[in-house]
Write a protein that binds this ligand. Structure first.
Ligand code: 3PG
Length: 320
């Protein structure tokens, strides 16, 4: 995997569990539990003596799991981690020596920063993806939005104080590449071998991070005349008519189509902050993008798409 492929992989998975493990023998069942929950990536931290062996065990037993090493405070530790199989290096702070070692060895490195000066240091070392740590204590989403002004080219892996209650705020922040945290792999869950619970928490996080919200239903009609009849019937329920070119919106909830558009009966539209990510997520569930339906914004990011598969006679529509 090239650096860009790795970053795209992490972006699409969106959640990076931050693991602190005391018993390397538990690393493989832990990795399997995370993968079963839809998270084939993890940061195993050098906060315990078992980290190196845990990385080695997982990379050997689960080659499809992308393992990074965390809390890598110097080049020697980075070298150890990579020798054990780590595919990327993470640290809480930014040690230029570690970054240089990673650059020389072509190993993706995501050091931690929480100030503009540290971001500039990261940029000067050739990095444009950084870890924002400790996220909540350093100003959270508000701080990330302020970073976007002077540093529009920088993307952040955010960790520190993130959990299901504030996860979505981060997922909706455009300069967030992915969200890290320990809430789904807490030490006691690993200690007590609660693999099903870890799978459940991972799966819940992966769904939640999509930020999917139902926004409207589209109803297909043969022509303008039939559409107007349908719209007028809905107007009797107090809904406002907003007549457009190809459809009539009833408030924002019902889109009365003037043609038999996608879907046997119509479509269901869901809003989400990152269509590329949610397409990757839904593809794993068997949905395929209807290529001719895809539209992009000025920055080249997907803003609209439909899927080939229908639910109950309705095409599924994603919108930003
Ligand atoms: C890290 O190093 O990224 C953090 O320890 C993870 O933060 P959390 O435990 O608050 O999720």
């Amino acid at each position: 995997m090239t650096k860009n492929e790795l970053l795209k992989f992490i972006h699409d998975i969106a959640i990076v569990p931050v693991v602190k493990i005391d018993d390397a023998a538990k690393a493989v069942p832990l990795a399997k539990a995370m993968m079963a929950g839809g998270i084939p990536v993890a940061e195993i931290t050098f906060r315990t003596a078992a980290a190196e062996e845990a990385i080695r065990n997982v990379t050997k037993a689960c080659p499809e799991m992308v393992v990074g090493a965390g809390t890598v405070i110097n080049p020697a530790l980075a070298e150890k981690a990579v020798a054990a199989g780590a595919k990327f290096i993470v640290s809480a702070g930014l040690n230029p020596e570690t970054v240089r070692w990673c650059n020389e060895h072509d190993i993706p490195c995501v050091p931690g920063v929480c100030t503009p000066s540290e971001i500039e240091l990261g940029l000067s070392l050739g990095l444009d993806t950084l870890k924002f740590f400790p996220a909540e204590a350093s100003g959270g989403v508000k701080m990330l939005k302020d970073f976007a002004g002077p540093f529009p080219q920088v993307k952040f892996m955010t960790t520190g104080g993130i959990n299901p209650a504030n996860l979505l705020d981060y997922a909706r922040t455009p300069n967030v590449l992915a969200i890290g945290g320990s809430w789904m792999v807490k030490a006691d869950l690993i200690e007590n071998e609660q693999w099903d619970e870890i799978t459940r928490l991972c799966s819940e996080a992966v769904t939640q991070v999509q930020g999917l919200e139902f926004v409207h239903v589209g109803i297909n009609n043969a022509d303008d005349k039939e559409a107007m009849k349908v719209a007028q019937a809905f107007a009797a329920f107090g809904m406002g008519i907003n007549n457009g070119n190809s459809s009539i919106f009833m408030d924002k909830a019902i889109e009365v189509m003037k043609t038999p558009f996608y879907g046997e009966k119509g479509h269901l539209a869901f809003r989400c902050p990152d269509l590329e990510r949610t397409v990757a997520y839904l593809e794993k569930k068997g949905f395929t993008v209807r290529q001719e339906s895809v539209k992009y914004d000025a920055k080249g990011k997907m803003k609209i798409c439909y899927f080939n598969e229908e639910i109950g006679g309705f095409a599924i529509h994603l919108v930003k």
